[in-house]
Structures are given as structure tokens and as C-alpha cells.
Design a protein around this ligand. Sequence first.
Ligand code: SF4
Ligand code: SF4
Ligand code: SF4
Length: 609
Amino acid sequence: MEKTTMDTGIGDDPHINNIPAEEKVKLWIDDREVVADKGGNLLEAAKSIGVEVPSLCYLRGINEAGVCRVCLVEVDSGGRRSLQASCVYPVSEGLKIYTNSPRARRARKRVVELMLSEHDRDCTNCARTLNCELQRLADEMGIRKLRVKGETHNYPISRKNPFIVRDYNKCIKCRRCESVCREVQGVNVYTAKNRGYETVIAPAFMKDLGEVDCISCGQCLMACPTGSLTEREYIDEVWRAIEDPEKVVIAQAAPAIQVSIGESFGIAPGTAVTGKLAAALRRIGFDKVFSTEFAADLTIVEEAHELLERLEGHGKLPLISSCSPGWVKFCEHFYPQFLDNLSTCKSPMEMFGALIKTYLAEKENIDPRKMVVAGIMPCTAKKFEAARQELVTRGSRDVDYVLTTRELARMLRSAGIRFDQLPDEEFDKPLGLSTGAGAIFAATGGVTEAAVRTALSLTGGQDNTVIEFKEIRGLKGIKESKVQIKGRPVRIAVAHGTRNARKLMEKIKSGEHYDFVEIMACPGGCVGGGGQPIQGTVSKKEAAAEAKTKRTQALYRIDADKKFRRSHENPAVKQLYKDFLGEPLSERAKEILHTSYIPRGKRISKLLH
Ligand code: SF4
Ligand code: SF4
Ligand code: SF4
């Protein structure tokens, strides 16, 4: 069967059979003639003529198991009609199917009713209410009363880790989480256990995600159609800090937020709402509001110097980026032998947190113990990162709380702030200043492009006028390029999505040489992070992919419009070195801005490689 990848970042997936376009079949859908690709399924064929058969477990190219049976249609074979799951039934010449027959509609409704009968239906206080695929289906099918009463489980809610909460009582066993974790992320945390009504989709021995090899990326959560997987919320903690007159509460928003938060308020994907974001954070009550882009610039300055040092023989090559905490955790679990290759730079969020509690505290004469730093991030892995012991300094975390884009949207709604009507404001100065290089950090290839801009400029290489480095832009799973730095060729590789990361790391393990490697855990980079707005329904997965592309394009537009586009040109970064840090990689910079990593347990997993 042909599989199409959607925008998963899988790239050159070996599971895709490319069917030549001329291999078509003619079939009949609801008495209309349809020409479809041979090897495709009925669900996609119906979609090609504008018929959206309801479905739930189906994720094109990722989860095509037909387990939920929501997509039933009637198939006529030789005059005998039977109900079939359209997502796994192949198209064939002359086939007749009926998507809208009374029998097909009744059967689909019955399937959803059965699902609901054993579901913990506390929609009013569920994090996914109004954005839940099960709720939407129930509404669209007109289910106003349940005719069947099923037995419900009463599983304890698993919330032992700081990033994802798992509520088995809301799981519909669609297995989308399992497929995404294995097929897109190459981690393979979940499996199905038990049978029938007792089936659960869970990590081994029903362990919490914090107790297994999970990298906290949140991609399973993005794929989950219900409230079974949700982020661990810190909204109440942040409100409490804001309400405490003793506390100075500081927000820093990642570059990806400015191109995605608007979607939560009906603004078109790809609209940059930087000014509204700064205004919204102030309205919520944060005492100071910054963009993490400033620290992204700082990271680049430190990391470019680290690269130059390593190219001169001080430290291991390739230098591998460390700004994606999901990737760092992946490396710690699966490639601990490469931990010395990881850049020692903290992620921009952590650098900023550490600077706020040192530099800003000193500059503005604020007791750092009274400071509370909240990171607004597109990411669930940042919640794990903020809790790492290595990132606790003098008894205090560099970043106290991490809120996802979705949590910020909830806070704004609960405060009655009409985001779309806010006037544009600026982030606080001077730490609110940033360059275009800081903005593109949020897209796959952006860290590399930013690092190359600075490295070329600092070394006065032949290409030091180059600003845009387009070879490593785009959603290909693994991208490669080469630049000349100090007269020597520097080989670069970029991967996004940890399944692609695994492929790249295996190449490196088998002797392929690179000098600089960028890896982002999430497909597309932070624009596709596990904390971003969830784009609706299965049928809208294409819309989700489109949103990711538009967010990326918006970042490149922000970059192109900036006065400064190289990180080391940021006047606030220059001032910071002059006033406080001395120079890149100075002792003080290393103490505040750099970190270390720990090898973690590795479980034998049934991976596809
Ligand atoms: S998962 Fe959906 S159907 Fe279930 S309680 Fe939450 S909103 Fe309601
Ligand atoms: S958070 Fe990422 S690694 Fe963990 S289970 Fe979900 S998809 Fe897998
Ligand atoms: S946790 Fe969500 S994605 Fe996973 S099987 Fe349950 S409902 Fe499906």
C-alpha cells in the first residue's frame, strides 16, 4: 500500500513505496466515478472528491491499522454489501462503495457510542475540551444520549513526571501515540497490553513516562485525539507568583511563540504577532517581559566560539548542538558515547534564566531569591529541562516554570484578554533586543544558519558576507552542506525529528565525518514542538502541516526585516560581554551559560533500524 508521509519530517522514509502516477484505478464512490492511485485506501479516495469519512485512529503514513472502526463504509462486492474500515481497505478497479448509506452512518455512530460508553466523559474540566476529536465526532454524529452503558475503568492519573500527564480513563486505544513515538521519533515507548476491554496503550509495566526512555518531546500528545495525554500544567503556580507582591515575575517567550500563539485566537497561521505577545504578557501581570531570542543570540556567540575552538583541535568533533532538550535527552539515553560531542552551551531558555538571576538581578538590584522566571515555550521537553538538577544554581532553578503555547493561551482567556485586539508593544530593553539569527532558531536548520553567519563573520572567511544559508532550510529529514571556515572545509549536517537523528547518529558512529551537527527533537524544529497549538482533527492534519510551514516562513520574514541579522552584532549581547561576562567562553560565561550531561539507562527497544 502506498504511504504518504504528510509533514512528519520523516523525509526519505524507506516504508514508502512510490507508485508511478500512471497506475490508477477507476472506482465508484456514492455513485460517482473516481480515479484513484492504485494502492491507496478508500478513505483517501473519498477525500479526493471532497467526502470526509469520519475517522479517529487514522494518521496517514503513520498509523494505518483500522483499529477504531470509526471510518466504516459499505463496500459492494458482486452485489453483496459489507461494512469495511475505509482507512485500510484498498481501492480496486470497478469497486463500488457507499460512504453515506443509512447502514454506514448507523454503524459509525454505534462505534462512537460504544467508545463513549466506557470513556470518562468529564468534558467540562478536560484540557482538550473544544479541541477533542472524540467530542467533535460525538457532536457531528448527533449523539445526544448514550443508548449503551459500558463499564468504566478507574485508573489513577499518571503525573509523576514534570512534562506529560497520562489519563488512561480517556484513552480510546487508537494507538496514534504509539505509532508516532515509534515511526516519527524512533523512540518506541508505548505498546499495547492485555486484550479487549482490558487493553491499555502504555509504557512497559505501566510505568510513568518519566521512568522509561521517553525524551519528553510531546509528539505523542500532539497526535492524541483526546485528553488522555496532556501537558503538565503550571498555570496555577505562575498565577500564584504573579499575585505575590514579594515576587518579581519575569517572562521570556521563545521565538516560535510569536508565530503560533495567534492561532489560538483565530489569527491565521504564519502571522507574526510579536508585539501583541509582548503586550499580552504585560497584561497578564509579568513584571518584565523578554523574548528568548536575545539568549538565542548569546547561545550562538558562545557556540560559534566553541566550534572555532574545536576546529583548532580543542575538543571533540563534530560539535553537536544542545539547544533542543528533547534531543539532549535522546542523546543521553541512546548515544551516551557522544555526550562529549554535545555543545556545553545551555539552551537559550536556560541561559536566559541564569542571566536573569545573576546579571539582571545585579544590574537592577533585585534579590534573585525573589525572582521567578517563567519560560513560555513551544515545548514539553523544556518542562523536563527546567527540572534538571544540573540547571539548579545556588538552590534555585534557572527557570522556575515552563508554560506551553497552549497554557499561555488558556491564561489569556481566563484573564479575559482579547489577544487579537491588543496593540503592539515591545519587549523590555535591553535584554529584549534580538537579531534575525535569534528568530530563526525555532526552525530546523536555523541554529546552523545562525552559527555559520557568526562563524564566517568572526573568521573573515571568503563567504563572510553570506547571510542566508538556504541549503539547510526546509523539511527534508537530514540535510547536509559544507562551508569554508579559516580556509578549511567544514562539513555540516542537520536533522529534525529523533528518528532522523538516529539515522544521522548511526552514520556518524560508522565513521562519517562532520564538523558541526544540528539536531532538533521535533519534526520541523520548535515550530512543530509538543507545546504548540493542536490543529484540530484528523482530517485537518494537512492543515497542521501547513501551519508548521507557515510558522517557519513567518520566522524567515522576521529575520529578513531585522536591522541586525548576525547574533554577535546584537548591541545588548555586546554590552553584556562588556559589563558582565568578559568574553565568549570566559570563566564567568562558562559558569553561568554552560552545563554538563548525564548518561541515562538504555533499554533494548524494538526499533526499525
Ligand atoms: S477527552 Fe474529549 S470526550 Fe473525553 S472528557 Fe476530554 S473533551 Fe470530553
Ligand atoms: S514524549 Fe516523545 S518520546 Fe515520550 S512517549 Fe511521547 S513521543 Fe515518545
Ligand atoms: S493515549 Fe491518546 S493517542 Fe494514545 S492510544 Fe490513547 S487516545 Fe490514542
